[in-house]
Design a binder for this molecule. Structure first.
Ligand code: SF4
Length: 453
């Protein structure tokens, strides 16, 4: 999870806030930014939201800079504390280096043990720190070559933006788990985890950084220059995370790997779900989406089934996504705080409740209870993806099988736990039809991980 943003532009400071703010939905634990100034690379971090960062450091909007990187954190590796807020800024033999990371490096533990056994020490417990350590331990003369070596040595899972004193590097692992869009803004360049952040600052989308490649921006003789460095691990095919598309990404985001917007993908999932559900001969009166991630699939479902679509759950606009709450306890409280039921729409109805996915079951259980209290006569849970039965090793907070409701329970058991009357998951075949299975990771659904673990 997490969101990363970078810009190389004569007025970079003008666009930093909006670029980061456009990806606030990807995390809310901490935010940070590093900028190049006449004194070198400066780093600013804060717990909380992008707003909190800019309130804490009002000079971030005004300090003239031609290069900046920023981060929004959802922790999947390392504690949620200010020491682990990114960017990380380190003084190295290659000069000051600031780094932001989206992803989780499964190999980090092994590399860390190796490093500590050799008598080294680490400033924090982030896997990002381990990558940086591999870079600075290199015998290569230049940062360019040290980065190439690190990318060839560490296979996944990362999209990085790295700011040195005179260049910005955008790096994507060889599998391309996490998006890293390239945008063009006047004479400058922009990078973001999601293309929606490019659009927010009126930059035009160019493409994704190629998996396994390094895209470098620097100034030369007063002009902005770029280099595309293909490492030995560069591949043509990506294994982009499908969960990012079905839950996390802004529906307005589009990129060359999906070939369409996230909105279109989610609508297709809803259409397929309706086709499969209709063969079950279960009668429902209204289709109700779980806002916001179930909205578009519910629309697709309604379009094919002709069952009326009702927004019977109103989402509070001043709360946040429950999945990105760091603890289970916070997630449970968050669900009740987040939704307001519309009683007269719900009362006496057989409800088809559409959600994007079923992870821990926390939201569905609370919602089923809430809808029944409001007089719903039946609740049929409709999930626009297959059961998530396996953990994610690459950066989504689903670390163990134990926390996944579909991993340890049968469909009947899940129905009982949630308090629903039926449960329909989208089949794996239909899911793969919507996502070209050759270009996406679906390991948490299929146990077919793109890498050796
Ligand atoms: S295992 Fe699942 S959550 Fe993890 S990268 Fe693959 S699709 Fe995404």
């Amino acid at each position: 999870m997490c969101g990363i943003f970078g810009i190389w532009h004569p007025q970079a400071q003008t666009f930093l806030f909006d670029g980061l703010y456009a990806m606030q939905h990807r995390g809310k634990e901490s935010a940070g930014a590093a900028i190049i100034t006449k004194d070198g690379v400066e780093n600013y971090t804060s717990m909380g939201f992008v707003n909190d960062l800019f309130k804490k450091y009002p000079n971030l909007r005004e300090t003239q800079t031609h290069a900046a990187i920023g981060h929004i954190r959802y922790s999947t590796s390392g504690k949620s504390c200010i020491e682990n807020a990114q960017p990380l800024l380190r003084q190295t033999k290659y000069g000051d280096i600031a780094i932001v990371h989206n992803g989780t490096i499964p190999k980090a533990k092994e590399l860390k043990t190796d490093f500590l056994n050799k008598g080294g020490f680490l400033a924090g417990d982030l896997d990002t720190e381990i990558f940086l350590r591999v870079v600075v331990e290199s015998n290569k003369k230049t940062l360019n070559d040290a980065l190439i070596e690190a990318v060839e040595k560490i296979d996944c899972a990362y999209s990085f933006l790295i700011l040195s004193e005179n260049a910005l590097y955008a790096i994507r692992d060889r599998y391309g788990f996490w998006g890293l869009s390239i945008g063009k803004k006047e004479s400058g360049y922009v990078f973001a985890s999601e293309a929606v952040a490019l659009d927010k600052i009126n930059a035009s989308y160019v493409s994704e950084v190629e998996p396994g490649a390094i895209f470098k921006i620097f100034n030369h003789n007063g002009n902005i220059e770029t280099r595309l460095i293909r490492t030995k691990s560069s591949v043509k095919k990506s294994s982009r995370c499908v969960f990012d598309m079905i839950y996390l990404s802004n529906p307005a985001s589009t990129n060359t790997e999906t070939g369409c917007s996230v909105y279109t993908l989610r609508k297709k999932l809803g259409i397929k779900l309706a086709e499969e559900f209709m063969s079950k001969n279960i009668k429902i009166d209204i289709v109700v989406p779980v806002p916001d991630s179930g909205n578009i699939s519910a629309l697709g479902f309604h379009k094919i089934s002709n069952i009326p679509l009702e927004f019977a759950l109103i989402r509070g606009h001043y709360t946040n996504r429950t999945f990105i709450d760091p603890s289970q306890e916070e997630r449970s409280v968050g669900v009740r705080r987040k939704f307001d039921p519309v009683y007269d729409i719900i009362n006496g109805k057989k409800i088809g409740l559409v959600d994007d996915s079923l992870v821990r079951g926390t939201t569905s259980k609370k919602l089923a209870r809430m809808l029944k209290k409001c007089g719903a006569s039946e609740i049929h849970l409709l999930i626009a993806s297959p059961p998530i039965k396996f953990p994610c090793h690459y950066g989504i907070d689903m670390k163990t099988k134990e926390e996944l409701i579909a991993s340890k329970n049968s469909i009947d058991e899940i129905i009982k736990i949630i308090g629903a009357d039926s449960l329909t998951f989208l089949s794996m075949d239909s899911f793969n039809d919507v996502f070209n299975k050759n270009n996406f990771c679906n390991g948490c659904f299929s146990e077919k991980y793109p890498t050796q673990l």
